[in-house]
Write a protein that binds this ligand. Structure first.
Ligand code: ATP
Ligand code: MG
Length: 573
């Protein structure tokens, strides 16, 4: 493609809201333009990247035995009511009415539509297993769309759904998809890790996320330094001591201490001269409409997903407001404690290992110290409800500890079981003529998010450094004096020869200064740069440079095409 004939509007400055490199460079490099919060137009370069990614995804899904379909983006509410998600999915679901007053949603995910399709046309075990996928625009009304393609409201997803006669076969397909995902992300040139994951709003019981490891990732992961256990912190379990609840009580007597104005752990800890690990925080939550107290060690973070599971709550627990805390504990925020509370009290397992600790006394400006389980209070229950942290002990091996990483979730695989097929009656007749619910799996990939994640992993201060398989073009050909007819003729010939060998070339034929062309080439990030000016032409020398290194190679003009084509082909996957 000739630069002069396409639309690559590069910019010197990024918009103020762009903070992460992928967002900055995609806007500056003329890949992307914002239409509304979390909604973007793809320009020619951006769309080529998306099509490269989609191409790899399709090849590997087809190779894995899945068949492509295309489902509607607009879905009637009845299907979502049938699965129960019309009420549960919350504000991320964009709902609207058509002219006749019928309720519809724009699909954030497509379990309902696919189950409806399959239950209509698949009746017998002979038609199973099936794996159907699509590449499609999704809409999720995210609270905080951010970082360009990383968290959009409208984005492109590859979603696949598989249907099986039993759990064993669904688990075989889960493995098959896990392997296909590993091939897809490897071919996209990403450095990633599959981690055990929470099943979130999609539901089910077994799941892995594919996380691209980078500093700017939103997700926090922990991985064992000895074995291959790795998990999202939302899911990770840490090994706790074997000590029984209340065993080995401390020596201090229970005493009330005055702590005027010391409502935060840091304040009280400084005030009493005790480390934060000697405190237990009591957090008041509202779960399914009722208040409940959740206790974790002073330096820990509560994990709401784990709390929800421990409580067996239907809805996500939410932090109580100040007024609710006052009503439940009789004291303002900062002074809640388990002693004398009348609402259920859930302790993190770690609390069971603590002795002589400090808690709020449900009185303003007062704490208890010397607190011991079960001498001073008995909780309603204990469960792992805190977030895992670096340094925690691994639950799978004897002596490993956790390290923490940040990641960008580019894909997730779920074993769903009969979560959708049962309520939506996706049944089949087995070999002995009995009617049974199908067993399902579902598998998502954030196609547009992959583009952002790849840039987060591959850039420098000047711009993007695309992995060749997903680069918009493979070679940037720069004619350094675009107005010189002799030079133009030679560059036109190089362009035609590279293209005839199947190499994808962005030919910068603009009438711009060399400095501008070099800067734009670095910003756009095409893996190979081939530059020719009048001086090189006179010497019969072309300058070839990989975007990834600063090493310029001088290649003879008549060998340049073969040289570059060979390098590019080595890097294709
Ligand atoms: P997240 O936790 O990041 O909100 P999710 O777990 O809700 O994502 P899934 O339902 O697993 O997302 O969707 C499959 C894939 O779609 C994700 O792995 C991710 O790569 C991509 N994806 C999800 N939400 C977005 C979004 N708002 N913008 C871009 N890609 C997204
Ligand atoms: Mg996910």
């Amino acid at each position: 493609m000739r630069f002069s004939k396409t639309l690559v509007p590069t910019l010197k400055e990024a918009p103020a809201e762009a903070e992460v490199p992928s967002h900055v460079f995609m806007v500056r490099g003329g890949y992307l333009r914002k239409v509304a919060a979390g909604i973007y137009s793809f320009l020619p370069l951006g769309w080529r990247v998306i099509q490269k990614i989609t191409g790899i995804v399709r090849e590997e899904m087809n190779r894995a035995g899945a068949s492509e379909v295309f489902l509607p983006a607009v879905i009637p509410a009845e299907l979502w009511q049938e699965s129960g998600r019309w009420d549960k999915y919350g504000a991320q679901l964009l709902r609207f009415k058509d002219r006749k007053g019928g309720n519809f949603v724009i699909g954030p995910t497509h379990e309902e539509v696919i189950v409806d399709l399959v239950r209509g046309d698949v009746r017998s075990y002979r038609q199973l297993p099936l794996n159907l996928y699509q590449v499609q625009t999704k809409f999720r009304d995210e609270l905080r769309p951010r970082a360009g393609l990383m968290r959009g409201r409208e984005f492109i997803m590859k979603d696949a759904y598989s249907f099986h006669v039993d759990e064993d076969d669904a688990k075989r397909e889960y493995r098959n998809m896990y392997d296909a995902y590993t091939r897809i992300f490897t071919r996209c040139g990403l450095s990633f890790r599959a981690v055990e994951a929470d099943t979130g709003a999609i539901g089910g019981s077994l799941s892995h996320e594919f996380q691209v490891l980078t500093e700017t990732g939103e997700d926090v992961l922990v991985a064992c330094d000895r074995c291959d256990y790795a998990a999202n912190v939302e899911q990770a379990e840490s090994r706790v001591g074997e000590r029984a609840l209340g065993a080995g009580s401390g020596v201090e007597a229970l005493t009330k201490v005055r702590t005027p104005g010391q409502g935060s752990i840091d304040d009280v800890s400084a005030f009493l001269g005790l480390p934060s690990t000697q405190f237990a925080k009591t957090l008041i939550y509202i779960a399914d409409g009722k208040p409940v107290a959740a206790m974790i060690r002073g330096d820990r973070t509560l994990n709401e997903v784990k709390l929800k599971k421990a409580l067996g709550a239907v809805a996500d627990p939410v932090m109580a407001t100040e007024a609710m805390v006052l009503a439940a504990t009789g004291a303002p925020v900062g002074f809640a404690g388990p002693i004398g509370l009348t609402i259920p009290v859930w302790c993190d397992r770690e609390i069971a290992e603590m002795v002589d600790f400090v808690v709020g006394a449900n009185e303003v400006d007062v704490h208890y110290r010397g607190v011991n389980l079960t001498r001073d209070f008995t909780p309603t229950g204990t469960a792992g409800i805190r977030q895992a942290a670096p340094g925690d002990r691994c639950p799978r091996c004897a002596d490993g500890t956790f390290k923490s990483y940040r990641g960008i979730e580019v894909g997730q695989v779920f074993f769903l079981g009969q979560k959708y097929s049962e309520p939506m009656k996706a049944n089949f007749l087995d070999a002995s003529g009995h009617e049974r619910s199908m067993v399902m799996g579902c598998y998502g990939i954030g196609v547009t998010r992959i583009a952002a994640a790849a840039i987060e992993q591959n850039h420098d201060k000047d711009g993007i450094i695309w992995p060749t398989p997903i680069a918009p073009y493979e070679v940037a050909l720069l004619s350094l004096q675009g107005d010189d007819p002799g030079l133009r003729a030679v560059c036109d010939r190089l362009y035609a020869e590279l293209e005839s060998l199947g190499i994808e070339v962005l030919y910068d034929d603009r009438d711009e200064r060399p400095g501008v062309k070099f800067k734009d080439a670095d910003l756009i990030g095409i893996p190979w740069r081939v530059a020719l000016g009048k001086k090189g032409l006179a010497e019969g020398i072309v300058e070839v440079k990989p975007r990834r290194s600063s090493e310029v190679q001088k290649v003879k003009l008549d060998e340049a095409v073969a040289f570059v084509a060979a390098r590019v082909k080595e890097e294709r996957r």
